[in-house]
Design a protein. Structure first.
Length: 180
């Protein structure tokens, strides 16, 4: 400071600029998987830094380790804090949980008949399930509700079998205007 020709200097203040921490996230396996699957994400950072895992920008309670196992879709990041209090957020890792397809079908058969459901031959009413691999590679479940009905045999103009309520067409030959 200079005043009226006189100069004075204050005491020196030391300023420390702490570097920002760095962090990258890597996946231990594929980040696209079927229900029941998971992927381990690893945060690579200085061991002195604290870590908070986030999904879609929101902290995940209790997820503070260098590794985190993910089983849901979302964009995952790791936010680190250095001992000096500086923060950094990792690159985002997109995780995709493929959908499971479920389908329900109904069928009806006459008592004594059979219904083929995959490799099963069914003859009793009930609910049956079958697991198949869908186009996306995930297991899908098909549920069949099978009912049975009482059927009748009509013997007029020959033997015709059908279920009660069915419309049955019987071929008839016409000769000289008369059905035979």
């Amino acid at each position: 400071v200079t005043s009226n020709g006189c100069t004075a200097t204050s005491n020196a203040i030391a300023v420390t600029v702490n570097p920002l921490p760095t962090v990258t996230v890597s996946a231990a396996s594929s980040t696209t998987f079927c229900p029941g699957g998971s992927v381990v994400l690893n945060a690579n950072t200085d061991p002195a830094n604290s870590i908070q895992w986030r999904r879609n920008g929101t902290d995940i309670a209790g997820a503070t380790g260098t590794s985190f196992t993910v089983s849901d879709s979302g964009n995952y990041t790791a936010r680190v804090t250095s001992p000096a209090g500086c923060n950094a957020t990792s690159n985002g890792t997109s995780v995709i949980l493929l959908p499971r397809s479920n389908a329900s079908i109904s069928a009806s058969i006459c008592l004594g008949q059979t219904y083929t459901f995959g490799s099963q031959t069914l003859s009793a009413a009930g609910t049956y399930t079958r697991t198949v691999t869908a186009a996306n590679g995930c297991d899908s479940v098909i549920t069949l509700t099978l009912t049975t009905t009482t059927c009748q045999t009509q013997t007029a103009l020959g033997s015709v079998t059908g279920c009660v309520g069915d419309t049955v067409y019987v071929p008839v030959t016409i000769q000289n205007g008369v059905g035979i």
